[in-house]
Design a protein around this ligand. Structure first.
Ligand code: FES
Length: 99
């Protein structure tokens, strides 16, 4: 099992495969905004993946569309509710301040 490190909050926990980053953060008591409840409809759960993106599910067109609809660069951000841990490896990310 790999680890998830939220660099700007100095939080580290074990990453269980098959779960989204949003769900893992909430399970680990990280205060992670998710206005649409993890339904790929709001962009408030956005994160910046610093390393380990190869351990995450690919970015789908729907995710890119939502990020861009809210004015975020889809090459720079991911939606935590749409990033699923698929491989056993470490992931480092930043959690931007809520909008
Ligand atoms: S929680 Fe709304 S897009 Fe992820």
């Amino acid at each position: 099992m790999g680890e998830i490190r939220i660099e700007n909050l100095d939080i580290v926990y074990k990453a269980e495969e098959g779960n989204s980053i949003l769900d893992l953060n909430l399970e680990n008591d990280v205060d992670h905004t998710n206005d649409c409840g993890g339904n790929c409809a709001c962009s408030t759960c956005k994160i910046v993946v610093i390393s380990g993106s190869e351990n995450l599910s690919d970015q789908e067109e729907e995710e890119r569309d939502i990020l861009e609809a809210y004015g975020w660069n889809a090459d720079e951000y991911r939606l935590a509710c749409q990033c699923f841990v698929e491989e056993d490896g470490d992931i480092v990310l930043n959690l931007p301040d809520p909008e």
